[in-house]
Design a protein around this ligand. Structure first.
Ligand SMILES: [Zn+2]
Length: 292
C-alpha cells in the first residue's frame, strides 16, 4: 500500500519549480539590499522603511551616515550573493541553481547598467558607498566589484554544477536573463508606484522626466538655487551631499558659470522643458568637470 502514499514533496520536483524559486530569489535579494540600507539607518537612530525595491529614509541624514547607509545596501547585495553561492555549494540542485541565479540578478543588473550608462546604480549610491570605504567618490570601485562578483558567480556555478556549455543551456540562460530583467524592472516600477506616494514627499530622481527643480534662471542664480538644482539628482553623479560640497568649494565660481550658461545657452528644441534641462545639465557637467 506504500506505493499509493501521495508524494508530499512532488511539487518540489515540478519542472516549473526552479522558475518559481528564481523569481522569489530576485524579490528576496532586492529586499535584502534595501534591508541593508535601513539596518544602517536604524543603527544610527534614523527612521527608515524598507520596501521590496527601494528604501525610504524619513529624515535627512548627515553626510557620514548617508555614506554608511549607501554602503549598507551594497553589503546586503553581496551577502545575498554569497549566501546563494554557499547554498548551491552544499548541494547543486536545479532549485539551488535558480536561487543563486536570483541572487545574481542585482549584480548582473548593475553590470549591465555600468556597461550601458557608465554607472551601475542610479543616483549616487555607489559613489557614496565608495566614499564610506575611503575610496574616491567619483571612482568606479563598486561598479567593478559587481562586475567581478557576477563573473565569479557565473564561473563558480559552471564549476560546481559541472554544466556543459550547450546551445540548450545558452537558450535557457538567455531566457533567464531576460526574465530576470523583466522581473527587476517590474518590481521597481510597481514598488515605486505603490510606495513613493506613501513615503516620499517629493520624487528623488528622474527630474528630467517628472519636472523637478528648474535650472536656475538667468539673473536669479544664487548658491542656494544651484545647490537645490544639483541636489535633486538631475546631474549624473551628483547628489545632495556632493552638491553641498561643490557649492561650498566653488560657490562664486559656480554662480558665474551658471549665469553665463543660462544667458548664452541656445538649445535645439529648447521649448521642450525636458530637452532644455538635458542640454543645460550637459553644459553644467562639462563646466563642473573643468572645476574638479
Ligand atoms: Zn540601494
Amino acid at each position: 500500500m506504500h506505493s499509493q502514499t501521495p508524494d508530499r514533496h512532488a511539487f518540489l520536483r515540478h519542472p516549473s519549480m526552479p522558475w518559481v524559486v528564481f523569481t522569489c530569489a530576485i524579490v528576496v535579494s532586492f529586499f535584502i539590499h534595501e534591508m541593508g540600507h535601513c539596518a544602517v539607518a536604524w543603527l544610527y537612530g534614523y527612521p527608515a522603511i524598507p520596501t521590496p525595491a527601494k528604501e525610504y529614509i524619513l529624515k535627512p541624514l548627515p553626510e557620514a551616515v548617508q555614506y554608511q547607509v549607501a554602503l549598507g545596501g551594497i553589503l546586503g547585495s553581496v551577502a545575498a550573493l554569497l549566501a546563494g553561492a554557499f547554498w548551491l555549494h552544499l548541494r547543486p540542485t536545479a532549485s539551488r541553481s535558480a536561487l543563486l541565479a536570483g541572487a545574481m540578478t542585482a549584480p548582473g543588473f548593475y553590470t549591465l547598467r555600468f556597461i550601458l550608462a557608465g554607472r551601475g546604480h542610479d543616483g549616487t549610491e555607489f559613489q557614496e558607498a565608495q566614499a564610506a570605504l575611503g575610496l574616491r567618490y567619483s571612482g568606479h570601485a563598486i561598479d567593478w566589484l559587481f562586475v567581478g562578483l557576477f563573473v565569479l558567480a557565473t564561473l563558480f556555478w559552471f564549476w560546481r554544477t559541472g554544466a556543459r556549455p550547450t546551445p540548450r543551456l545558452a537558450g535557457r540562460l538567455i531566457v533567464g536573463a531576460l526574465g530576470a530583467l523583466i522581473v527587476a524592472v517590474l518590481l521597481q516600477s510597481i514598488n515605486n508606484a505603490v510606495f513613493d506616494p506613501l513615503f516620499q514627499s517629493k520624487p528623488k530622481q528622474n527630474h528630467l522626466l517628472t519636472g523637478g527643480p528648474e535650472f536656475p534662471k538667468c539673473g536669479q542664480t544664487t548658491k542656494e538655487s544651484i545647490e537645490t538644482y544639483l541636489a535633486s539628482g538631475t546631474v549624473k553623479a551628483i547628489g545632495p551631499v556632493y552638491a553641498r560640497k561643490l557649492v561650498e568649494k566653488f560657490g562664486e565660481e559656480m554662480v558665474a558659470i551658471v549665469e553665463r550658461e543660462s544667458a548664452r545657452r541656445r538649445c535645439p528644441f529648447a521649448y521642450m522643458p525636458s530637452v532644455k534641462a538635458i542640454c543645460l545639465t550637459q553644459t553644467l557637467q562639462r563646466s563642473l568637470s573643468t572645476l574638479l
